[in-house]
Design a protein around this ligand. Sequence first.
Ligand SMILES: [Zn+2]
Length: 358
Amino acid sequence: MDRRDYGTYRLYSKKTGINKGKRNFGLFRERIPLTLENIFLLVLPLLLMLILIPPPKEEAADKPDILAEENLEPISIVVFNNSDSVIDKADLEEYLIGVVAAEMPHNYNQEALKAQAVAARTFAISRARGLYGSFSEHFGADVCTDSSHCQSWISKDEFLESRGDEADWEKISEAVASTKDMVITYEGQLINPLYHSNSGGATENIEAVWSKLGEVPYLISVYSPDESGYDEYLKTTVFTWNEIKNKVRIKYPNAEFKEDPAQDIEVITYSGSGRIKKIRVGSVEMEGTEFRELLKLPSTNLEFSYPDEKSVEIVSKGFGHGVGMSQCGADALAKKGYTYKEILEFYYTGITVEELRY
Ligand SMILES: [Zn+2]
């Protein structure tokens, strides 16, 4: 006898037993007096159901939101084009293709291009929502096309003229389309996804570059291997001592200098990642970032040598401010098999890559 038969048998026996031994016990065998107490007992389960089952109102409230998401218009972005000083409204995803095309070499690994697309998308939306950056710096537009302020951007025509062919543009478009709506968040908020060309081996804490912005938990220095194979890793520039003195005098007309540059250039402090934090040039003390800007150097990770008394050789490591994702590093990691999400998680500490919540 299997269990099912056994159950049926028991049920049958039980019913039989009840009917035999306790006649007139069941509901249908005895009239129930219509007292207030009995009415209450009958109504009680209905009351409990009303209390315990969630009201259908909530479901109804969710529905319009879901529909609204499905019916959302494509996100648009207002872009100030620095090259022709024109403000234009563009479809976000279309704009992003131009950003990735301008910001990253198209021959980089596809996962690196995807990481770049997600960082660029997060950058644009976070600025459109006023989380970071400043509208006033480009006449109210969400973003501009100046790479030193926002993100570079080029049109398809410009790209085809100078950088690549249709297949290359298609490769970039695919990187943007395949990550559609994906953004980077930290504790539920869109991050400020700063990025740069080459870290020179380690990225930088944000406060070391922009002290006003203070510490940001996801923009902290990380060791970034395998970037030495890229052209942007190392650059040697030779200046005459006069050139340097003149560049410093533009900003500090009263600066005084000695004859020998070796005595007049002194690194005072370094940041944790090995970049110059403070430097003295003649009688002037300045931030490493300021020195980099004055001499138009690729980075603040610098080493000085003096081929003769009248010249200064500066070897710079890395390219860019060094904060957040390194683009060369992203490509290097992608070649090692990292996915775009893993690349972003590598450079932005503790973040989440997720679909944009409207
Ligand atoms: Zn801008």
